[in-house]
Design a protein around this ligand. Sequence first.
Ligand SMILES: N[C@@H]1[C@@H](O)[C@H](O)[C@@H](COP(=O)(O)O)O[C@@H]1O
Length: 256
Amino acid sequence: MEIIIQASAQAATEIASRTIAHVLRRKPNAVLGLATGSTPVQLYKLLIDMNLDWRQVSTFNLDEYVGLPKAHPQSYHSFMWANLFKHINIDPQNVHIPDGNAPDMALHCLAYEQKIRQAGGIDLQVLGIGTDGHIGFNEPSSSLGSRTRIKTLTRQTRQDNARFFGNEDQVPSHVITMGIGTIMDARQHVLLAFGPHKARAVALTVEGPITAMVPASILQMHPDTRVYLDPEAAAQLQRSDYYRWVFEHKPLWQRV
Ligand SMILES: N[C@@H]1[C@@H](O)[C@H](O)[C@@H](COP(=O)(O)O)O[C@@H]1O
């Protein structure tokens, strides 16, 4: 894991956006895994402003609420079109977001996995993190080898996401999410976490033991995961001075 602690969320997001732009310039038909939530909104704004060529890019989103109409303002379909897709020249046929209203969920989950494989696998996966350490919607106790499937949200996550829905009862209880195994198959991860409410999950993810109770901790096993933090999200790390030193002394040829 590479831990990149910057003076602000904006500074960390700028560095992350350059890493993604580098992938898209090097591989015009790259396959990106995308995330929702408040954390990546600024990242998407920066990518839009870069005027990258998305014509051949394919995207796969991590997750979606079950039962929420696609057109609902809080569906991840709506989120992705509002915050990224409608502003770039992506081919809508190359956009993939799990369908929370699929008539046969099990079949849809299998087909989603198959589409990722057919596209050649995910080159770079953007990730946020839940306050309980979830990635995608893989809640604590998710199998570390899991694939795309239906999950039930924890009370914590429904409370965290209540701000988008007005109150907790309005937050759907079920979701469809890429599994942890699916996420681990991506060639590269860019994980963003900002603010004091993420500090505990970040510390457990980076410095704690690998455990299904902190699903993001499995990223310790991945050869190319970068974690972008502001000082508040990094506050509970024991080795933050070391991570800062490593980043500041990174050889020039590794700075993309
Ligand atoms: N399913 C999403 C995750 O993909 C996201 O990373 C996380 C954090 O969200 P936020 O960025 O709003 O803090 O929770 C949501 O529930």
